[in-house]
Ligand binder design. Structure first.
Ligand code: HEM
Ligand code: HEM
Length: 210
């Protein structure tokens, strides 16, 4: 069953069987983003942020600078999502603004629930609405993490760290850090599961070929 009619946008109406599903820029920016997020999560485990008169440790500096790089990668990712002609349509990643896409999402959630009741993965459908909506939420989550950190960095560097919204914004940054772990492991586990069950190889995203 196909949940949406136009989720993947393509140059040609039908993609040849061996043609890539995602553009090279999508695959490269995805790999760069994954690397940056892993550096952020790993550094967050061992960093000591500045507190009172104590300067933060070296891992905190890694977190800051790699976080700023992550912000730049996310900007490239979004520009690519908006401008590309091959790959998932932006509206499939953000289905919330279209009644038709919300209906397709609802139908796809039911399809996943039905499969789960039978302890099965739903039949693979590269146009399915639910996976794209979850990818979109993951991208929004990483955007919040990088943007809030970047705003915090700019504000504190300019002596504005005391402004009222900065503290709650960073408390949310810290709390959402847990969701980033969940997203990384959940999304990666599903990708590997699809690979081993042969419903979709990891190479759709993890390949550098043209
Ligand atoms: C994708 C980008 C990012 C991710 C995934 C990320 C992830 C995290 C995580 C998991 C924590 C630890 C939460 C905890 O254990 O309490 C954290 C804390 C923190 N991060 Fe990030 N971060 C990102 C970007 C940035 C950037 C760009 C900056 C600043 C340049 C930054 C500055 C901080 C600070 C200051 C804290 C401590 C927050 C607090 O306790 O008040 N982060 N981040
Ligand atoms: C936290 C790190 C990650 C983030 C933020 C992330 C984000 C995304 C996003 C936004 C997409 C959709 C891209 C699009 O349709 O344009 C995607 C697709 C994909 N990701 Fe990730 N990803 C992460 C980690 C991983 C890891 C570790 C793996 C592999 C083990 C992986 C495997 C895939 C695959 C195979 C797809 C293609 C799915 C499809 O076309 O149906 N991702 N990822």
């Amino acid at each position: 069953m196909s949940s949406t009619a136009d989720t993947p946008r393509r140059y040609a109406p039908a993609r040849p069987a061996r043609a890539p599903r995602h553009s090279r820029l999508t695959r490269l920016s995805h790999a760069a983003l994954v690397l940056a997020v892993i550096v952020q999560l790993a550094s967050s485990l061992v960093m000591r942020r500045p507190y009172g008169g104590n300067p933060g440790n070296g891992f905190f500096q890694i977190h800051e600078y790699a976080g700023l790089v992550a912000m730049a990668i996310i900007v490239v990712f979004w520009l690519n999502v908006i401008g590309r002609r091959l790959g998932t349509a932006p509206a499939a990643l953000m289905p919330w603004f279209s009644a038709e896409r919300r209906r397709a999402l609802h139908a796809d959630i039911l399809r996943h629930i039905e499969a789960a009741k039978r302890l099965r993965l739903p039949e693979h459908d590269e146009r399915a609405a639910l996976p794209s909506a979850i990818h979109g939420m993951g991208l929004l989550l990483m955007t919040y993490m990088a943007a809030s950190g970047t705003v915090w960095y700019a504000m504190t560097a300019n002596g504005l760290g005391h402004v009222a919204f900065v503290r709650p914004m960073m408390e949310i940054h810290g709390a959402f850090g847990n969701l980033v772990w969940v997203y990384l492991f959940g999304h990666a586990a599903l990708g590997v599961l699809q690979h081993v069950t042969s419903s979709q190889p990891l190479s759709v995203m993890w390949s550098a070929r043209d």
